[in-house]
Design a protein around this ligand. Structure first.
Ligand code: AMP
Length: 405
């Protein structure tokens, strides 16, 4: 949890710097939201959603991803602004029916961000620049960025036609899923994880050879802006990312240590048609999602998990000798906390020696022993644990003294 909190804290701070506000959507959504947007022939919709029907037969699913719910919420609440870019991020659990293994879980957590309202290739590079800075700050520097363009409704059909033709030439060699996909959605063959299909997939045509002028130009400009940010990448023409709503730019950050078939730490792309698909205006969109478990896994590999985030240490430990001093401590602790001092009080009737042992274990910065003398005089002795030095202060000055030092 400490490494997760560190990852989340850095994300929240950095995303804010880039102009993103947080959005929280429900975990349960209409099943149709996902089947219509992600695509009925994708692995997610075909095999991986947890769905339930309510007593009226309406179908709901635990969200398998965050983009469609964000766009749904945005439309439902009329939040699109003409001519304005909106930037949103989310952090939360997603659910997919999987065989749990290293880096692959049925409930996992994503940090994601969406830019709504622009189709400029520079905004795509800016998102990746934000991700690079984020990964650098959390201490992950070894991933490889893969990019691709999956074309748009103008140029993709002719690619898909050619793709299907070539798949059909070797149809019997593909797995049964791919044989079905070849008929209904040949692009999804490129997502196949079956090892036996991989050499066949490598022989299939590259979508980059089929891009129309506009998509080619968009992709070139995207690459130009990545160069401007000095971000290195590799073009991977088979990166189509398993969801139907993507057009043009797609990208992934991969690291082989997670595993051969689930090596992506994060992925994203452009989804300009998604809003219209949900009955909204023609809004542009671009975003990514990052798996917290996978990132934490790699960071723990590199022993970079807990660098600057430490378990909270109390500023001051209040030790008590009997019931009246315990009750006095309760009041002091309450007052200190209201002054932003992290104060610790033990609730067991332990000996002073046992309380001091506990104070050492908690690595508290100061200790104050409260007995009858202190209560009567209103003067308290504060001991600094680092050098054993002591100072007497009035009750009102404890907070100031601890803060100052
Ligand atoms: P996707 O939404 O499929 O593009 O996934 C985006 C990121 O979420 C991946 O790169 C992973 O880091 C993470 N992810 C996806 N599925 C899982 C899963 N079943 N278990 C853990 N992490 C996952």
């Amino acid at each position: 949890m400490e490494s997760w909190q560190r990852i989340e804290t850095i994300a929240r701070r950095l995303f804010r710097l880039y102009g993103y506000g947080e959005v929280r959507t429900p975990i349960l959504e209409n099943t149709e939201l996902f089947s219509r947007t992600i695509g009925t022939e994708t692995d997610i919709v075909q095999k991986e959603m947890y769905s339930i029907a309510d007593s009226k037969g309406k179908n709901f699913s635990l969200r398998p991803e965050g983009t469609a719910p964000v766009v749904r919420a945005y439309l439902q609440h009329g939040l699109f602004h003409d001519g304005q870019i909106d930037k949103l991020y989310y952090i939360g659990p997603m659910f997919r029916r999987e065989r749990p293994q290293k880096g692959r879980y049925r409930q996992f957590h994503q940090i994601g961000a969406e830019v709504l309202g622009s189709d400029h290739p520079a905004i795509e590079a800016e998102v990746i620049d934000m991700l690079s800075l984020f990964l650098q700050e959390v201490g992950f520097t070894s991933g490889e960025l893969l990019i691709n363009s999956v074309g748009d409704s103008q140029c993709r059909p002719s690619y898909i036609k050619q793709l299907k033709k070539e798949i059909d030439n070797h149809l019997s060699e593909f797995c049964s899923d791919c044989r079905r996909r070849s008929n209904v959605n040949p692009l999804r063959v490129l997502d196949c994880k079956s090892p036996s299909c991989q050499p066949l997939i490598e022989q299939l045509p590259s979508i980059l050879d089929y891009l129309c002028h506009e998509c080619r130009q968009h992709f070139d400009e995207f690459r130009h802006y990545l160069d401007l940010y000095e971000i290195s990448y590799r073009v991977e023409p088979r990166l189509v990312r398993g969801l139907d709503y993507y057009i043009r730019t797609t990208f992934e950050m991969v690291d082989e240590r997670i595993g051969p078939t689930q090596n992506a730490i994060l992925g994203g792309g452009r989804y300009d048609g998604l809003s219209e698909l949900l009955g909204g205006p023609n809004e542009k969109g671009f975003g990514f999602a990052l798996g917290i478990e996978r990132l934490a896994l790699l960071l723990s590999d590199e022993k970079k998990v807990i660098q600057d985030y430490q378990r909270p240490q109390p500023d001051i430990f209040l030790a008590h000798l009997d019931k009246p001093s315990f009750e006095e401590c309760l009041k002091i602790v309450q007052q200190l906390r209201s002054q932003q001092i992290s104060a610790y009080l033990d609730f067991e009737p332990r000996s002073l020696k046992a309380q001091m042992r506990l104070a050492n274990r908690l690595k508290t910065r100061y200790v104050c022993v409260v007995g009858l003398n202190e209560i009567d005089s209103g003067t308290f002795s504060i001991k600094r644990m680092s050098d054993g030095s002591e100072i007497s202060v009035k009750l009102e000055a404890i907070a100031e003294h601890v803060k100052e030092k």
